[in-house]
Design a protein around this ligand. Structure first.
Ligand SMILES: [Zn+2]
Length: 81
């Protein structure tokens, strides 16, 4: 017999849904990728890419693919200093 574990409060799915919900500031992959190299450069130079590109920052929070791209760019740019 299956007893569901006592669940007090919210379903984890609700939080996941909130994460996946499109941010109104999120311009999407294609637009974010136009600025992602500058974003990476600013990250390395100690600039403030989040303030300069709030839309890209919002997108990176919800898109693992672009976030991976950013990490790759940062790694590549850091290598060639
Ligand atoms: Zn993306």
């Amino acid at each position: 017999m299956l007893n569901s574990p006592s669940d007090s409060g919210r379903e984890p799915w609700e939080r996941l849904d909130a994460l996946l919900r499109t941010d109104p500031d999120d311009p999407g992959c294609s637009v974010s990728r136009l600025d992602i190299d500058v974003y990476a450069e600013l990250s390395i130079k100690g600039g403030d890419p989040v303030t300069r590109f709030p839309g890209v920052a919002a997108h990176l929070r919800s898109c693992a693919e672009c976030h991976d791209d950013l990490e790759g760019l940062i790694a590549a740019l850091s290598r060639t200093d």
